[in-house]
Design a protein around this ligand. Structure first.
Ligand SMILES: [Cu+2]
Length: 215
């Protein structure tokens, strides 16, 4: 390195130090002017982000999540608690597991758990309720609904649409699995507490699940 080049470099380092020091001084001046401490933490409403659900729903979502955390990556635990498979992978929705003993609406006790899988690993994505018709009063403010046509369900999660139970084969002609149950057309209600859904917390489908659609 030429002496003059070295000198220039040292000068550069020196001027950078000066700039950094000036910045630190300006920062401290701003902090001190602001009351002598670190900048105050913004109040929740000033944080910028807005919840996309009604304020009263926020606490319900946290309760739903806490109550189902034990199932988040533990399908065996869900099965042990009574959830059995009722669908294979529904694109952009998931595999459905139903606990037939769960009745009524309680965000902490969903009758249906919706999972995606990658190999042998299962991940809870949503919780779901179904009704023969749309509830007179929404289960939660801002609820949105989906639908599931009448169908025969088989013990391996396969299902075949059918207008009545009389039309259900005793075993699924394609998979050989035994008949499990038939249901009439249903109104569905999903809450995506375990996977972000850009379509909304209560959307029927979730576009972020496409990587799992063939699993
Ligand atoms: Cu579903």
């Amino acid at each position: 390195m030429q002496p003059c080049a070295r000198h220039a470099t040292l000068q550069g380092v020196e001027s950078m130090r000066t700039i950094a020091l000036a910045g630190l001084v300006a920062f401290l001046a701003a902090v001190l002017a602001g009351g002598g401490g670190l900048p105050a933490r913004a109040a929740p409403m000033e944080m910028g982000a807005q919840a996309t659900v009604a304020p009263g729903v926020v606490a319900k979502l946290s309760a739903a999540r806490l109550a189902t955390a034990k199932y988040a990556t533990d399908l065996e635990r869900a099965k042990a608690d009574g959830y059995g498979i009722i669908t294979t992978m529904i694109p952009n929705m998931g595999y459905h597991f139903l606990n037939p003993k769960v009745e009524g609406f309680d965000v902490t006790k969903p009758p249906i758990l919706v999972y995606v899988r990658r190999g042998e690993a299962w991940q809870l994505v949503a919780i779901e309720w179904v009704w023969p018709k749309k509830p007179a009063t929404p289960p939660l403010p801002g609820a949105r609904y989906g639908s599931f046509g009448a169908a025969c369900h088989y013990t391996d999660g396969s299902f075949v649409t059918a207008a009545s139970q009389a039309q259900c084969a005793k075993t699924n002609p394609k998979t050989g699995a035994a008949f499990n149950f038939w249901h009439p057309p249903l109104v569905t209600f999903h809450i995506w507490v375990w996977y972000p859904n850009p379509s909304g917390m209560f959307a029927e489908f979730n576009p972020l699940l496409t990587p799992f659609n063939n699993d």
